[in-house]
Design a protein around this ligand. Structure first.
Ligand SMILES: [Zn+2]
Length: 452
């Protein structure tokens, strides 16, 4: 018998080819997946320090929220049904008055919501005081690619939210030196550009060069709004993706959140450069809607899925996947009579391996495979007596998981081999204290920002 840290027994596992395999065990040691095989084989081989009974559960790779805003968690409930401009009336006053402690507790609350929704890793496009976000991620046990919001122009951006090119680069480099690779390499620091309308050509070129120098990622909001297209065409006679490419930004280290209002030519350009698009369906349906997801897939481009933060809804990636399926089906499938234009397998890939690729973590996470880090979630779904009438009985468990499961069905969460949630109880942080502290900070920020 060999020793191992953890053995998840009698579970049904989602394999990288998107099939389900019954009655398997998963052995975990020193943070990574040691073996995934028939339960009887691994029970005979390993002597685990801890066991987790997976009976009646589906083991999946941890979900990856490839575009979120932990700094906006305490804006929840404020912007729904509000007339424009959300950016000027709410986001700017809110974000520009955030204090470091606000960001810490905002991130802690985001993390609790993520863990309870089966999200094990996220990419944040950046707000203020992101060192505090990193400190929270270290405490939560999550995995994250964190950036600093970076803007150097735009008449609608207040002074305290933008900086010179030199300042912007220096501040991200300082964050990088302090946090990159920390918390057992669970934290990566990225560069960011908020979006094209708040970036000068000098900023774009400098961010591209600075990220290349330390081989890290760049997170940008791209082609979310028609206004971005107008801005680039009027000022530079190029569409946004073409403009960024001309400045040397586009590469396989770029995560392009939204990627909606793109021409076919721009999509081919992004694909050729290896840029990974991340769709945020709820948020996108509120602005300019329907991505050309089938074209990206036909070109073989991995796609990530994002929540775009909690300001307009929950951090539930199951819900985002379903929303994208319905949107693409209605807008792109029906007109051409294609009933399976976006199958459940593709949606699951977006929420797992596609997200991992977007975060440049494809060799660490995103699939359940020997040698990868043990980022695993268990979804309570399979065994009689059935406790989830929305999931069982079913004629096709994989389809039912995507079409009917939700955050509340995730029972256990493991990140880097550590059990962070067991039977929906968080093991590393005090959930009640975090909700209480976050509530106090929400009140204080709202008063300070004058947005009550
Ligand atoms: Zn966003």
């Amino acid at each position: 018998m060999e020793n191992c840290d953890l053995l998840i027994t009698h579970t049904t596992a989602l394999l990288p080819d998107m099939t389900l395999r019954n009655d398997v065990a998963i052995a975990v040691d020193r943070g990574s997946i040691l073996a995934l095989d028939d339960n009887a084989i691994l029970e005979a081989r390993y002597h685990p320090r801890t066991r987790l009974d997976g009976t009646g559960k589906v083991a999946m790779p941890g979900l990856i929220d490839a575009h979120t805003h932990v700094c906006q968690q305490l804006l929840r409930g404020r912007i729904t049904d509000e007339p424009p401009m959300i950016w000027a009336r709410f986001l700017v006053p809110f974000e520009s008055t955030l204090e470091p402690e606000d960001v810490y507790w905002s991130t802690m609350l985001s993390g609790v919501e993520m863990l309870k929704a089966g999200i094990t890793a996220f990419a944040d496009s950046g707000g203020r005081h992101m060192g505090e976000a990193a400190r929270a991620v270290a405490a939560l046990g999550l995995r994250a690619c964190i950036a600093r919001s970076t803007m150097d122009s735009g008449g609608f951006v207040p002074e305290n939210m933008r900086g010179s090119v030199t300042q912007n680069i220096a501040e991200t480099e300082a964050l990088y030196r302090e946090w990159h690779g920390k918390a057992n390499n669970r934290i990566h620091i990225w560069f960011a550009l908020r979006q094209v309308m708040t970036s000068t050509p000098e900023l774009v070129e400098s961010v591209a060069a600075a990220a290349r120098e330390v081989n890290t990622g760049i997170h940008i909001h791209l082609a979310e709004h028609l206004r971005e297209v107008e801005h680039c065409v009027v000022n530079y006679r190029l569409r946004p993706a073409e403009w960024l490419d001309a400045l040397g930004l586009l590469g396989s280290n770029v995560l392009a959140a939204h990627s909606i209002v793109l021409t076919e030519k721009e999509i081919q350009l992004l694909a050729a450069r290896g840029v990974i698009p991340v769709h945020c369906p709820r948020s996108n349906l509120n602005s300019h809607g329907f991505p050309k997801t089938p074209l990206f897939l036909a070109l073989g481009v991995p796609i990530g899925l994002g929540t775009d933060g909690a300001s307009g809804g929950s951090l539930d990636l199951f819900e985002q996947a379903r929303l994208l399926k319905s949107a693409i089906q209605a807008y792109r499938g029906l007109p051409i009579n294609d009933a399976a234009i976006l199958p459940v397998e593709d949606l699951l890939r977006m929420a797992t391996s596609g997200g991992a690729r977007a975060l440049r973590l494809q060799s660490h996470t995103g699939t359940l495979e020997t040698g990868k880090q043990a980022d695993i979630i268990l979804v309570d779904a399979t065994a009689p007596p059935y406790s989830a009438p929305h999931l069982q009985p079913t004629q096709h468990l994989l389809r039912t998981l995507v079409m009917s499961a939700g955050a509340h069905d995730v029972s256990d969460v493991i990140v880097d081999g550590v059990v962070l949630m067991q039977e929906r109880r968080l093991t590393q942080v005090d959930e009640a204290e975090i909700i209480c502290k976050a509530g106090e900070h929400l009140q204080a920020i709202t008063r300070r920002a004058g947005i009550a």
